[in-house]
Design a protein around this ligand. Structure first.
Ligand code: ADP
Length: 530
């Protein structure tokens, strides 16, 4: 890609496809923006010369434009700059990506586990060797602070390392036969071509935790990253090629999401859909997958309760709640969405927590000391605003923040709101922003009832020093993950996933491998020894 293809300009373009690639035009902008744009421009030029900033999709090992030449811009959410224009693909390109993935499956699945493992390990090494650059790409297109972005690279790469190790441990089974002349075997075999659809909040990790185990099991993949953050996916795919993962084993297409989704769902060659994103889209994909009865894993929205009991260690609770609420500016599906605080500790917690939140520095992700970046786009800010307005109109009290940040763009003030009721919009739906709603409760039973009063069931958090209560409450919570005295629980070695409408299946750990495997029972007859 040449620098001439990059449109380093402020723009209000929507994420709709544009006509065939045109030369970029620099528009006048405010002084602050021009300053950031110059920095961005230098950074983009450096990344471009590293070879990691790709601006085409990947099909069968070839960097490819949309067949009709249409493009979409990728923005820096902190500045509005258009970083680069990328292809806007649809059904045709997706069908071709599926075909090459199928071809590649026939050979990739025949490699020994040791050989697949070696290449995955090489991919991991390359991801780690390029973590600064990958972190910069994440910050540029997603907005999270650079330190957090590099943390995502470490976390995301760990799924590839774990998959490289686990590739060698995909054991079958031998079952004692009820008949003397039979031998009963269970083989684990790769499911086939996988369609992996991922969101913008973790542009690398949501991909690696699907693609790592898929490749380890012998599957090949067509990745559909979010159109808001496709550059990290392309950089990771470039490194996969460099690692010797063969052309066609990893493909990346994006553009018209419903059309790409429909092509993946309709294909008889795609045998598995793995998705992270909204519950609404997840339900559509689940219904669509029924056409060809594909395997489905879904990691959907949460509505995480974070329960602080009177007997919690205040400092641990504040630190834990802060970590789970404000990570990625509140834009994760495991972020605490409702902070339930027992009445005896409510006032003390509200004061200490608000003080901690007040000290968080908001700004552009490349600025030293910044821990809160912008929200992903204007729609995200408007959603936060509407939830806050609804809560305040129903009697909630803003303890801190509560409005857009003076930095403008999509920056929102880290916010704490007290006197929330479980009926308010903000307690029923994921706010997906830097707003911490505090709900007061009296008893353990009441806390459990409120916590479980939702269709979601992804993550929950409990803060208490009482060992019996830790067990009791952890068992009673209808959630796939529970953090006890800990706000950050995700790791590649543990199973991640939800219950109820938060999804199906697990990612990470030995359990996550099964999502990409079929079990085959083989009965050997006529095996008598005499
Ligand atoms: P979010 O609100 O987090 O963006 P979405 O569910 O809208 O969640 O998006 C998650 C991923 O799903 C993105 O890659 C998006 O482009 C994709 N997506 C959205 N709609 C569809 C669809 N109809 N079919 C397939 N993928 C879709």
């Amino acid at each position: 890609m040449g620098i001439s293809q990059m449109g380093l300009l402020r723009s209000s373009c929507s994420a709709l496809c544009h006509g065939p690639r045109a030369a970029s035009v620099l528009r006048p902008s405010a002084v602050l923006t021009r300053q950031i744009s110059m920095d961005t421009q230098n950074l983009v030029a450096r990344l471009n010369s590293s070879g990691l900033l790709r601006s085409q999709c990947l099909i069968g090992g070839k960097w490819t434009e949309a067949y009709d030449g249409k493009t979409i811009p990728v923005h820096n959410p902190a500045t509005g700059d258009v970083l680069v224009n990328v292809p806007c693909m649809g059904g045709q390109e997706t069908n071709d990506a599926i075909s090459v993935a199928y071809e590649a499956f026939l050979s990739w699945s025949k490699l020994t586990a040791a050989e697949r493992s070696k290449r995955l390990r090489k991919w991991y090494d390359l991801l780690m060797a390029n973590k600064e650059e990958l972190g910069q790409i994440i910050t540029l297109e997603q907005g999270k602070p650079l330190k957090e972005a590099i943390g995502e690279v470490n976390y995301g790469a760990a799924f590839i390392e774990f998959s490289a190790e686990e590739a060698k441990r995909i054991y079958g089974d031998i079952i004692p036969s009820p008949l003397a002349d039979r031998r009963l075997l269970v083989l684990k075999q790769p499911v086939g071509v996988v369609g992996a659809i991922t969101p913008w909040n973790f542009p690398l990790a949501m991909i690696t935790r699907k693609v790592g185990p898929a490749l380890a099991c012998g599957c090949t993949v067509v990745i559909k990253p979010s159109e808001l953050t496709p550059l990290t996916a392309l950089a990771a795919a470039e490194l996969a090629l460099q690692a010797g993962i063969p052309p066609g084993a990893v493909n990346v297409v994006f553009g018209n999401a419903p059309e790409i989704g429909d092509a993946l769902l309709a294909s008889r060659q795609v045998r598995k859909i793995t998705f992270t994103g909204s519950t609404a889209v997840g339900k559509k994909l689940m219904a669509g997958a029924a056409q060809t009865v594909k395997k489905v894993s879904l990691e959907l929205g949460g509505n995480a309760p974070c329960i602080i009991f009177d007997d919690a260690d205040l400092e641990v609770a504040v630190r834990g709640a802060l970590g789970t609420k404000f990570r990625n500016s509140g834009q994760t599906c495991v972020c605490a969405n409702r902070i339930l605080v027992q009445e005896g500790i409510y006032e003390k917690f509200a004061i200490a927590f608000s003080q901690a939140v007040q000290s968080m520095q908001v700004g552009e992700g490349f600025t030293e000391g910044v821990v809160q970046g912008p929200l992903i786009n204007e729609a995200a800010v408007q959603k936060v605003e509407s939830f806050v307005k609804d809560a305040v109109s129903k009697g909630a009290k803003v303890l801190l923040g509560g409005k857009r940040h003076s930095l403008g763009m999509t920056f929102y003030e880290p916010t704490v709101i007290g006197d929330i009721k479980n009926e308010m919009l903000i307690a029923r739906n994921e706010v997906f922003g830097p707003v911490a709603p505090l709900l007061r409760f009296k008893t353990e039973e009441e806390a459990i009832r409120i916590a479980n009063d939702t269709d979601a069931g992804l993550a929950a958090y409990v803060f208490t020093e009482n060992v019996q209560r830790m067990w009791r409450v952890s068992e009673a919570l209808e959630y796939g993950l529970v953090g006890v005295n800990e706000g950050l629980v995700s790791t590649e070695v543990a199973p991640f996933g939800g219950v109820k409408e938060s999804g199906l299946g697990r990612e990470g750990s030995k359990y996550g491998m099964d999502e990409f495997l079929e079990m085959k029972y083989v009965c050997l007859g006529n095996m008598s020894s005499s």
